[in-house]
Design a protein around this ligand. Structure first.
Ligand SMILES: CC(C)(COP(=O)(O)OP(=O)(O)OC[C@H]1O[C@@H](n2cnc3c(N)ncnc32)[C@H](O)[C@@H]1OP(=O)(O)O)[C@@H](O)C(=O)NCCC(=O)NCCS
Ligand SMILES: CC(=O)OP(=O)(O)O
Length: 333
């Protein structure tokens, strides 16, 4: 069964509530109709209910079964304002500023406080909002899970070539959050993504730490960062199967892996690819999606205390449905 269908089945068996703040993006309303029809999650959509209903009616979208909630009219608003002021008091947060953020048109902070307070199990946004804005709101409301220093992200890249990764599926990280991770952060990204490889694919990760060099073929500080990150990852998780630095061809193709990195436990069969920075990760996922025709599911955020997941502004309705299903599964885990 296709991975996305497996995830959807899990979501259907344990119905969770997901909040969608971006009612002002019509793709969210089309996705909501599908999510309810497929029984993937209970939904709360934030915004002016009259406006949302009018938009849905004009487009022939059926929102029966979806809760519509205007943050400005919510009985929880005052409690959320007080909680947010307390949460951000060391940053000088005032009640006035908190109210402004929690009733802002993007609804991102209100959605985050719903997740923080358990009024929704998870959140999906980013069809309209930039990743930076979605993440800032999530960091400030939900925050990192205990013990996590580096929140990051991964994509499930479902390629058309079964010989790559795990039956064609490869986890790419970090493609959305950390612009320029140092060796420690890169190691934490690798370890977190290896954990999600096991969680989502039920197989042990084989992590390729990517670079423009394989096993010393080039000498540069950027290469040193990647080799150091691989070493740090082994100290965080001694049983992790990880190798680097590796070029992408050495990580993915057995023949090239044998030639460039003989004896590597990962070369030629990596199912997790860790990119050295966000330039590489974000550009790579978009090229593999758009040029090679892979399905790119994500970005799935890893390391937050509760699930908040992002989207690309170029997402389709089905992309939203898929990420909501993943969020619901995470919320129910
Ligand atoms: C994610 C991002 C917005 C964080 O920026 P920032 O300026 O640190 O944001 P904030 O200051 O609002 O951060 C809020 C808190 O989260 C923390 N934080 C930021 N990034 C973090 C990370 N990766 N892991 C854990 N905590 C993080 C901050 O330290 C801050 O903590 P504090 O409030 O206790 O001081 C920024 O790194 C970014 O824009 N990343 C690129 C996003 C992007 O454009 N991706 C490409 C498209 S997908
Ligand atoms: C994940 C991502 O790249 O998002 P966007 O395309 O919206 O910048």
């Amino acid at each position: 069964m296709h991975l996305v269908d497996q995830i959807k089945q899990k979501a259907q068996k344990n119905l969770q509530t997901v909040v969608l703040p971006e009612s002002y993006d019509e793709r969210m309303l089309y996705a909501a109709e599908k999510i309810v029809a497929e029984g993937l999650a209970k939904l709360v959509i934030l915004g002016d209910p009259a406006k949302i209903q009018a938009e849905a009616a004009a487009k022939g979208i059926n929102l029966a079964g979806v809760e519509l909630l205007n943050p400005a009219d919510s009985p929880k608003l005052d409690q959320y304002i007080a909680d947010f002021v307390e949460l951000r008091k060391s940053k000088g947060m005032t009640a006035e500023e908190a109210k402004k953020l929690l009733t802002a048109d993007d609804n991102l902070y209100y959605a985050g406080m719903m997740v923080r307070n358990g009024d929704a199990g998870g959140e999906v946004a980013g069809a309209t909002g930039t990743t930076g804005n979605v993440l800032k709101a999530a960091f400030q409301t939900v925050g990192p899970a205990a013990g996590i220093k580096t929140v990051s992200s991964f994509f499930l890249m479902i390629t058309k070539t079964p010989s790559f990764g795990e039956n064609g599926i490869i986890l790419f990280a970090d493609c959305a959050v950390n612009p320029n991770p140092d060796a420690q952060a890169l190691a934490e990204i690798a370890v977190a993504t290896a954990g999600n490889c096991k969680a989502f694919l039920d197989v042990e990760a084989r992590v390729g730490m990517l670079s423009f060099s394989t096993k010393g073929s080039a000498a540069h500080a950027d290469v040193d960062k990647v080799t150091k990150a691989a070493e740090i990852a082994k100290t965080i998780k001694p049983d992790i199967q990880i190798d680097g630095e590796l070029q992408a061809d050495a990580a993915l193709l057995p023949k090239v892996g044998e030639k460039k990195a003989p004896g590597s436990p990962v070369a030629g069969k990596a199912n997790v690819l860790i990119f050295p920075d966000l330039d590489a990760g974000n550009i790579a996922y978009k090229l593999v999606e758009r040029v090679a025709g892979a399905e790119a599911v994500g970005p799935i955020i890893q390391g937050l205390a509760k699930p908040v997941n992002d989207l690309s502004r170029g997402c389709s309705v089905d992309d939203i449905v898929n990420v909501v299903a993943i969020t619901a599964v995470q919320a129910g885990a």
